[in-house]
Design a protein around this ligand. Structure first.
Ligand SMILES: Nc1nc2c(ncn2[C@@H]2O[C@H](COP(=O)(O)OP(=O)(O)O)[C@@H](O)[C@H]2O)c(=O)[nH]1
Ligand SMILES: [Mg+2]
Length: 291
């Protein structure tokens, strides 16, 4: 995929001007913080990162938060944590809706900022502060996490680029403060497999993807890694096999009575059923990427 394709596939949300604005605004916000929480989707921690952050973050420490861990495969979650540990990268599993992981986030922040706090103390600064911000692509749960932390609805919703609101600090703990507005990075689409994963988890809006094509690929991908869960959910016979990937979506449609006049399969309906049930975790806890 070319750069132009990237932009076009980003469609309504991400024009080059948006990206430039996001970059600039995150860069500015970055100069006010000591620490960055990089929020990614636990189901696809590779696809949901954008390496542009490496440029913006400079030498500041980061903590990777694998959010929506409740929707991802527990075994695979552990594998990702192990992997980041090996790379000396602090990483935490979180469910921002329930608030699971928030305590660990605070703990990890103190651990990573220990040196800075000690230096502050040595200089006689009592109650020195750590300032942090959340950065991530759309739909990873940035606003949900900020709202959970703040305990009220202060975070921006929607997928506006950059850091759009006037800065306010939310107190996480006596010495830890969080910028109330997240940095919104654009989803990176130059890798085809990653772009697909981003579509499954709705980091790319449904309006700008071919929903039936995406569903055919999702069904096929799940059949490879989570056949049991997929077949059980849609009551597909164990011995069902297919040659062309679309035949699996067809079977899902058949099982769910997604039909149009004349008894033919309504692919669009079947696609929406599969994608909705994947996103809501009804098929099971499913990870799209393993380390
Ligand atoms: N299951 C689950 N859903 C989440 C989690 N965090 C956020 N969500 C949902 O994901 C959607 C996008 O969240 P939002 O905070 O708006 O994402 P943002 O675009 O990064 O700010 C919303 O429907 C949230 O309820 C999580 O940890 N687990
Ligand atoms: Mg948001």
């Amino acid at each position: 995929m070319s750069k132009v394709d990237n932009v076009e596939r980003n469609g309504i949300n991400w024009y080059p001007g948006h990206m430039a604005k996001a970059r600039r605004e995150i860069g500015e916000a970055m100069s006010k913080v000591d620490l960055v929480f990089e929020l990614v989707d636990a189901r696809c921690p590779e696809a949901s990162r954008n390496p542009i952050l490496n440029e913006l973050i400079g030498k500041k420490p980061r903590i990777i938060i694998l959010n929506k861990a409740d929707l991802a495969d527990e075994k695979v979650n552990k594998m990702w944590i192990e992997r980041f540990k090996k790379e000396n990268q602090s990483a935490i599993l979180a469910d921002s809706v329930k608030g699971t992981g928030v305590k660990e986030i605070v703990k990890a922040a103190y651990l990573i900022m220990d040196e800075k706090l000690k230096k502050q103390e040595a200089k006689g600064m009592v109650g020195g502060n750590i300032k942090a911000m959340i950065v991530g692509i759309p739909n990873v749960g940035k606003s949900t996490l900020i709202n959970k932390i703040a305990g009220k609805q202060t975070a921006n919703t929607g997928n506006k680029p950059g850091v759009t609101k006037k800065n306010q600090w939310i107190r996480l703990d006596d010495r830890l403060q969080l910028l109330d507005t997240p940095g919104v990075l654009w989803p990176k689409l130059d890798d085809e497999v990653h772009a697909r994963h981003l579509a499954y988890v709705e980091a790319i809006k449904d309006e700008v993807v071919e929903i039936e094509e995406i569903a055919v690929q999702l069904a096929d991908e799940l059949a490879q890694n989570y056949k049991k869960e997929l077949y059980e959910r849609f009551k597909i016979a164990d011995d069902f096999s297919y040659e062309m990937p679309y035949e699996l979506l067809e079977e899902i449609g058949r099982k769910r009575g997604c039909l149009i006049k004349g008894g033919e399969i309504d692919y669009n309906k079947a696609a929406n059923v599969l994608i909705d049930e994947f996103r809501s975790g009804k098929i099971g806890r499913l990870s799209l990427e393993r380390p």
